[in-house]
Design a protein around this ligand. Structure first.
Ligand code: PAF
Length: 294
């Protein structure tokens, strides 16, 4: 596994691979502190691509709170070990100054209109502009044939797909299902910040989503009229369990628009604080099915 910190070296290596080999170059962007969810993305990339590049970069542009950026876990040595064992070809782990050099201030940003302003975008102003900008920069450095993202960050997945379509990036964006602990909690680097008591309560978020989806599936004829009352009850349940929800919302899976009568492919999305840690999760809500692939 090659470890690169310099963006020019990364581009040169990827260009070399592309010129020598006919097979596909797969890319997995991450912010590190890797867990089994990331490894599922890497596995998918290995199955689909001949060469696999992973980036580990805690992107300052996408953090709306300085304390969140400084608290974000950084475990590069352990990450590099895990990635080498997973058999990837290159790890790109630049310093912030390599991605955003002081003499090259960020003058261009990528804004994906609409999608970047709702739900996560409303709770975390500027977050998705930072995500879209760094992913666009990474795509330009790597020029991958395919890039892999997790369904756990469903809104991010749609945002990247929107950016790729609008700006004609020649990359196929592929999605991998959320990986969960045995108690249902979605894997996230933020889970490590939960105190033991918060960790014990955290799976209630998944259970609440699951029960809400199941209640919807019992009465598909009542969609979407039944949603507001049901969501209010579920939000109350989360509050009773000690969560402070940012949002709990049922949207069209395709574009996160408000569901209209006749829409049958929906998604329930939630973000909630638990003892100072912000958790997000989602479950697909398709008529006649419990959950599915993006
Ligand atoms: O999902 C993440 O870890 C980040 O938002 C990403 C896509 C690596 C961009 O920094």
């Amino acid at each position: 596994m090659r470890i690169l910190r310099d963006r020019r070296q990364l581009t040169a290596l990827c260009r070399q691979w592309r010129s020598r080999e006919v097979d596909r170059l797969a890319f997995v962007p991450t912010m590190g502190n890797l867990h089994a969810g990331h490894l599922a993305l890497v596995r998918h990339a290995r199955e689909q691509g001949h060469r696999v590049v992973v980036s580990v970069f805690v992107n300052p542009l996408q953090f709306d709170r300085p304390d969140d950026l400084s608290r974000y876990p950084r475990t590069l040595e352990a990450d590099a070990k895990v990635l080498a064992e997973a058999g990837i070809d290159a790890l790109f782990c630049p310093e912030a100054a390599e991605m955003y050099p002081e003499h090259e201030p960020v003058t261009a940003r990528v804004v994906v209109s609409g999608l970047s302003r709702v739900l996560e975008g409303e709770s975390r102003p500027g977050h998705f502009d930072g995500v879209a900008t760094v992913v666009a920069k990474l795509f330009n450095l790597v020029r991958p044939d395919l890039a892999v993202f997790g369904e756990k960050d469903y809104q991010q997945l749609l945002l990247i797909r929107g950016m790729v379509a609008s700006l004609n990036f020649p990359v196929s964006v592929q999605a991998v299902p959320t990986v969960r602990e045995s108690d249902g909690l979605a894997l996230s680097s933020r889970n490590a910040q939960l105190s033991p008591s918060a960790r014990a309560r955290a799976p209630e978020l998944y259970r609440c989503l699951r029960d809400t989806v199941e209640a919807c599936l019992l009465e598909p004829d009542q969609w979407p009229g039944m949603f507001p009352e049901l969501l209010a009850t579920s939000e109350g349940r989360l509050r009773e369990a000690g969560f402070r929800p940012d949002y709990l919302s049922i949207r069209r899976a395709e574009d996160l628009g408000d569901p209209e009568p006749g829409d049958r492919d929906l998604i329930l999305l939630a973000a909630a604080w638990l003892d100072g840690v912000r958790l997000i999760d989602n479950l697909r809500l398709r008529c006649g099915k419990f959950a599915g692939r993006a």
